[in-house]
Design a protein around this ligand. Structure first.
Ligand code: SAM
Length: 221
């Protein structure tokens, strides 16, 4: 057997997407104002925090000093390597580890906070990923979300449907623009504490990935 075929394939394997995302995401942070929303996403968190699908680690620099430790789960190896570099520059300790959101390699009720940023659009099984987040958060713990979401208007919902059923997931690492993520968060047992719709980029052009939501949910105490 050739050595290459013995190397286990990652559970999430999007090498081309991973490379272009690692290059372009910092530009989007700057030019589309995403960095500001990342800071809002994690503001006020404290204690132990888990971040799923951490990508290249662009949230790490925003975690406040009240956070004692971040466990950052990232299944894609190129992004995970970039995240490990970024962890060295973070102000709080960040432990980057492989894994998927649908089967988190951590104990139950071990975290005070959890972060999902542009990832619940991409996980294969959103229901399982949310059940896992519920499991690993302590009662009363917070789930912070910055996610694509289903559009309000029917026209853009149709555009999202078209995108999600054609090339978009193939080009964008499995991303689906039109998932009703907040409904799934509620169905998983969380209470939505706060939610704010965002349009990124702003403007009226019907970009399927523009509707976003910045939200805080809570595992009931
Ligand atoms: C659009 S990127 C967002 C990355 C990062 N959260 C950020 O805000 O820049 C989507 C991320 O989800 C990760 N991902 C995809 N499927 C996943 C899964 N099943 N479990 C955990 N992460 C996953 C990808 O590897 C990628 O890092």
């Amino acid at each position: 057997m050739a050595a290459r075929s013995r190397i286990a394939r990652d559970p999430v394997h999007h090498p081309h997407f991973a490379r272009w995302y690692a290059r372009l995401a910092p530009l989007a942070d700057e030019r589309l104002g995403l960095a500001r929303y990342r800071a809002e996403l994690v503001a006020g968190l404290s204690g132990r925090v888990i971040e799923i699908g951490a990508g290249s680690g662009l949230n790490f620099r925003h975690f406040p000093g009240t956070v004692s430790e971040v466990v950052a789960i990232e299944p894609e190896r190129h992004l995970r390597m970039r995240a490990a570099d970024e962890a060295l520059r973070a102000e709080v300790p960040v432990d980057v580890a492989p894994g998927v959101a649908e089967a988190l390699p951590v104990k139950s009720e071990a975290f005070d906070g959890a972060v999902a940023c542009l990832v619940l659009c991409s996980v294969r099984d959103q229901r399982r990923a949310l059940a896992e987040l519920f499991r690993v958060l302590r009662p009363g713990g917070q789930l912070r979300l910055l996610e694509h979401c289903r559009a309000e208007g029917r026209g853009l919902v149709a555009v999202q449907w078209m995108a999600d059923h054609t090339a978009w997931p193939l080009l964008a690492g499995g991303c689906h623009t039109g998932r009703d993520t907040l409904a799934a968060v509620r169905a998983a047992g969380f209470e939505i504490v706060e939610q704010r719709p965002l349009r990124i980029p702003p403007g009226r052009f019907p970009v399927p990935s523009a509707p976003h939501v910045l939200a805080t949910a809570r595992r009931p105490a």
